[in-house]
Design a protein around this ligand. Sequence first.
Ligand code: ADE
Length: 225
Amino acid sequence: MRIDIITVLPELLKSPFEASILKRAIEAGLVEVHFHNLRDYTTDNYKSIDDTQFGGGAGMVMMVEPIDKCITDLKSQRDYDEVIYMTPDGETLKQGIANQLSMHENIIILCGHYKGVDQRVRDQFITREISIGDYVLSGGELGAAVLCDAVIRLIPGVLGNETSALTDSFQDNLLAPPIYTKPREYKGWKVPELLFSGNFPEIEKWREEQAYERTKKLRPDLLDE
Ligand code: ADE
């Protein structure tokens, strides 16, 4: 998979890709992530990427031209499955979206700033608009990092144990059940006996029940979906 991220702040985005699972995925050649600085696509001396709103109103708007140049340049080199715009008024990121995107070959992610982009960018180029939650960030970069993390860990081969992504919270619309490791007892706090029984069908049943109970208590909305 290849991800092209268009941003005015590449330095804000880079560190998540230089550590941990994302770094390993890149080094293993399972994903390529490329950063494109919008200022490299400006034509004026000031390298402007934004301007005031027509019709008046507070806040700057990201201009069409640099974004057009950047996306058109990328599209001339390969086909893209999606051109995603990170914005608080997009559809809320859910596990299902990450699952879908993880199956794509090439995606572009455009990070918004200021008040956002000129509507013509959205009309002409954007195929999907994604928000990471109902709050406003100062730019789309942190949202893009969250989206990339959620997607990249699902690419086959990225996680050591292929089954581990399947048992994550939200796969099946359930939260994950409780988990334990050594020691068996710590300060008198015990691990449930059943987990030592060797009775794997019973353990599996217990985990399913726990996942259901936890979801009912903490996220009942998931059970209605
Ligand atoms: N840009 C600003 N706020 C955002 C959000 N909540 N999700 C995605 N991109 C954003």
